[in-house]
Design a protein around this ligand. Structure first.
Ligand code: FAD
Length: 325
């Protein structure tokens, strides 16, 4: 189904892509995006508000997310960066929390493995990660190290024969209350460099406690992690994570998806405002028939569309024309 054949009266969302960036996608990508959009409208949007109110993650969604197969679309499935960005915007448009769950598992966690693990490690771990049999988290921030974590990582790693011993604390770690693995960044006391480790959350000495009373991203389960003499076999030290410069490679790539999240949130705001303005009648007419309201709707949409444009995330360095990844 190409964009040209889409029935605009039956879209799951109001179509906010006024510059038709979607038409830069291949026909296969357009079909896939329509499939994902339908999935989000069917499975995610209807449960989003309830999960938010309860502050709980819908674990029953994970097998469905596995089935729709969203992890690593560019590297593994050969889709373009533009496609990956539009998918992330659409996921955010349905629910920022679920998009963040995917952003952590796919971008930060899987991204760490894809960028920094050896081929042998990738072969051992990635199949279960791609299929969501293993859920991941990304443990960088610490109670005392936020913006300055590059130089301020206090969690330590000490080599001990064929193992590493990790000690310290991490804060705000998304997915970590239920994840199987966390990529933990820790400072090697031998050379003072930040290194990366794939830590099994079942290991003795590892604990993750949910951070309660959040006012934002309430469905995302953020945790305080404590590591007390956690013994990690050397095979689980990421081969290519040997200084914070390596960690930065992961952060650099995933910043793009943050821009796409902002696009998705603006489109969601437009969806809600537009729907209300069309349905709500005052003075015998829909609100949307008043020019003042139309002007506000146009402003939201204008900002959203310009966020997708040349100065926005649609055209990152290296380009993202169809097929170029
Ligand atoms: C919902 C949520 C999910 C998160 N998920 C994860 C995760 O999965 N994994 C993970 O590792 N981390 C995660 N984080 C942590 C996040 O990356 C940090 O919050 C972020 O790095 C900022 O650190 P901080 O909160 O300690 O703020 P601080 O560094 O203490 O900053 C506080 C304020 O001061 C400002 N500030 C700091 N330094 C400067 C400066 N030099 N100049 C001007 N202003 C400055 C900041 O912009 C900010 O407004 C998450 C955070 C949140 C809130």
């Amino acid at each position: 189904m190409s964009k040209a054949s889409v029935d605009i009266n039956n879209l799951p969302y109001a179509d906010g892509d006024f510059f038709a960036f979607e038409q830069l996608l291949t026909a296969k990508e357009q079909d896939r995006l329509a499939e994902i959009r339908g999935f989000l409208a069917r499975e995610v949007r209807p449960i989003a508000v309830d999960c938010w109110n309860r502050g709980e993650f819908p674990m029953e969604l994970i097998p469905k997310l596995a089935e729709i197969d969203l992890v690593s679309p560019v590297r593994r499935q050969g889709y373009s960066n533009l496609f990956a960005g539009l998918v992330h915007a659409e996921a955010t448009r349905a629910d920022t929390s679920i998009a963040t769950f995917m952003g952590v598992h796919d971008g930060l966690f899987t991204g760490s493995i894809e960028a920094l693990a050896s081929q042998e490690q990738q072969d051992a771990w990635l199949p279960d990660i791609y299929s969501l049999k293993k859920i991941g988290a990304f443990g960088l921030t610490e109670p005392l190290g936020g913006s300055d974590v590059a130089g301020g990582t206090r969690t330590t790693a000490q080599r001990n024969g064929d193992t590493w011993i990790l000690n310290g604390a991490k804060r705000w770690i998304g997915n970590a209350t239920f994840s199987d693995w966390v990529v933990v960044y820790a400072r090697d006391i031998a050379d003072n460099q930040v290194k990366g480790f794939l830590v099994d959350t079942a290991l003795p000495g590892f604990s993750a406690t949910k951070i309660e009373n959040k006012i934002s991203l309430r469905t995302v389960q953020n945790a305080d992690i404590v590591l007390e003499n956690v013994v990690v076999p050397d095979f689980f030290k990421l081969a290519g994570a040997n200084s914070f410069r390596d960690t930065n490679k992961v952060l650099k790539v995933t910043r793009l998806s943050v821009g796409w999240q902002a696009v998705g949130q603006q489109l969601a705001a437009f969806d809600v405002a537009r729907r209300y303005a069309v349905e709500r009648h005052q003075f015998g007419r829909p609100l949307a028939s008043f020019q003042l309201v139309q002007s506000q709707l146009v402003q939201i949409l204008g900002n959203a569309v310009s966020s997708m444009g040349h100065d926005g995330p649609a055209f990152p360095a290296g380009g993202c024309r169809p097929g170029q990844g």
